[in-house]
Write a protein that binds this ligand. Structure first.
Ligand code: SAH
Length: 212
């Protein structure tokens, strides 16, 4: 049963234009308080980003909902997430797709998220510690890719690991105050690009200097 505060947050998301019932159901079903430090649990259902340690943050619920809708996920999709962080976005996506693969560069965060998935008995998430800008070649290709850390350009390897007609949603920007969520759709001979929403994400930190 969702708490009163959780239901309040859901109605706020609806007012902000999130209409997709499957996405709202998934956000209703995932207990956000389990993905943050207990000292912050009073703020678990406020519509804000919160610190998760190591200078990183769990995204604002509106941004999680917005990116999830933009990704157009279905139950038969294999999805790759770059930037596991708390694991919250992964847990929401896992309710909507078949298999969710997620990569985090900070081992302590990745392991904590993995434990949270176990505690919540979520069985369709695979975790990996490493540089997400390299993708996950052994699991590729993916129907969908979501990146939850910002870079200047989309990591080229990720587009290669996307299936034809695949969709990638990610924050891109030349500087931290110029970031937008983009949706890239792979077609036969090109990548169709849409600029969707102004945002502010932590940076994608990669050994691959094509992105930063
Ligand atoms: N999706 C997360 C948001 C995490 S913030 C959530 O729901 O909580 C972004 C995360 O991306 C941080 O944890 C950061 O460590 C991670 N990150 C940054 N660069 C990365 C890279 N190259 N590969 C994998 N993870 C990266």
């Amino acid at each position: 049963m969702a708490s009163f505060r959780q239901r309040l947050l859901l109605s706020e998301l609806r007012q902000q234009g999130i209409r997709d019932p499957a996405v709202l159901d998934a956000m209703n079903a995932v207990p956000r308080e389990r993905f943050i430090d207990p000292s912050l649990s009073g703020q678990a259902y406020s519509n804000t980003a919160l610190p998760i340690g190591h200078g990183q943050s769990i995204s604002q619920p509106f941004v999680v909902a917005f990116m999830t809708v933009a990704l157009q996920v279905t139950k038969d999709h294999k999805v790759l997430e770059i930037g596991t962080g708390s694991g919250y976005q992964a847990a929401v996506l896992a309710r909507l797709c078949k298999m969710l693969c997620t990569i985090e560069r900070i081992a302590e965060l990745g392991r904590l998220a993995e434990q949270t998935f176990k505690d919540l008995k979520i069985s369709n998430i695979k975790t990996r510690i490493g540089d997400g800008a390299e993708g996950w070649p052994e699991e590729a290709p993916f129907d969908r890719i979501i990146v939850t850390a910002a870079s200047k350009l989309a990591p080229p390897v990720l587009a290669e690991q996307l299936k034809p007609d695949g969709v990638m949603v990610l924050p891109l920007g030349k500087s931290p105050d110029q970031q937008h969520i983009y949706r890239l759709t792979k077609t036969d001979d090109t990548i169709f690009t849409e600029k969707l929403l102004a945002v502010r994400f932590v940076p994608l930190i990669s050994g691959n200097n094509h992105t930063n």
